[in-house]
Design a protein around this ligand. Structure first.
Ligand SMILES: Cc1cc2nc3c(=O)[nH]c(=O)nc-3n(C[C@H](O)[C@H](O)[C@H](O)COP(=O)(O)OP(=O)(O)OC[C@H]3O[C@@H](n4cnc5c(N)ncnc54)[C@H](O)[C@@H]3O)c2cc1C
Length: 169
């Protein structure tokens, strides 16, 4: 990978993503980072249009994160672990825009939460909804005995909002 330098991943109208831009060791993050690349790129293209502005912004936000996850300078991997745990997706979506595509009841709940407690409160309603929805899907595929204590990892979430209008930073 050539990283840390401007235009390392952007060549005119050509953009490298995933392993093509930053193949690393096969240690469990390459695919995750490739998915992130796609999500962040989609957000920036929606914001800036398809072209150099979006590509340059993408390279700027992605290079430090990818570098520190794939090539953590700390021997114990502390930088990398913190970055993986602290996904940056929250910055990419606005709960009110997401709510427009959600069921009416949830939409109203989000709007009320934002009015009462601001964007973070609205985000939490969307996250709770996404966790309920994914649980229902999982249970429908693999019925779980009633009363089960199945606890979904809080990091499992739907991100339909990434398909919608979003803002970065
Ligand atoms: C053994 C191993 C274990 C791994 N384990 C994990 C893991 O647990 N978790 C994790 O997150 N990551 C893991 N990775 C890394 C992960 O697989 C990659 O980072 C990820 O697949 C990169 O996705 P990509 O879409 O960028 O590239 P790829 O998945 O390589 O996709 C590129 C695609 O382009 C196709 N292609 C190539 N050349 C051409 C061409 N000329 N024309 C048309 N198509 C072409 C290829 O056939 C391929 O389908 C592992 C990798 C390896 C090798």
């Amino acid at each position: 990978m050539t990283h840390g330098s401007q235009n390392a991943w952007v060549h005119g109208g050509l953009l490298l993503v995933g392993d093509a831009a930053h193949a690393g060791r096969a240690d469990g993050q390459g695919a995750n980072i490739a998915f992130e690349d796609a999500a962040v790129l989609g957000a920036l293209v929606r914001q800036n249009g398809l072209g150099h502005k979006a590509f340059a912004a993408w390279e700027e936000v992605r290079q430090p994160r990818v570098r520190d996850i794939l090539w953590d300078p700390k021997p114990d991997g502390a930088t990398r672990s913190a970055l993986i745990q602290n996904s940056a997706f929250e910055q990419l979506w606005c709960p009110l825009r997401v709510a427009a595509a959600l069921p009416a009841g949830v939409r109203q709940e989000v709007q009320e939460a934002v009015a009462r407690g601001g964007v973070e409160a609205g985000r939490q309603v969307v996250i709770n909804w996404s966790q309920r929805a994914i649980r229902e899907l999982v249970e429908a595929k693999a019925p779980i005995a009633s009363g089960s204590n199945l606890a979904l990892d809080p990091h499992y979430r739907f991100w339909p909002e990434l398909l919608l209008g979003v803002s970065v930073r």
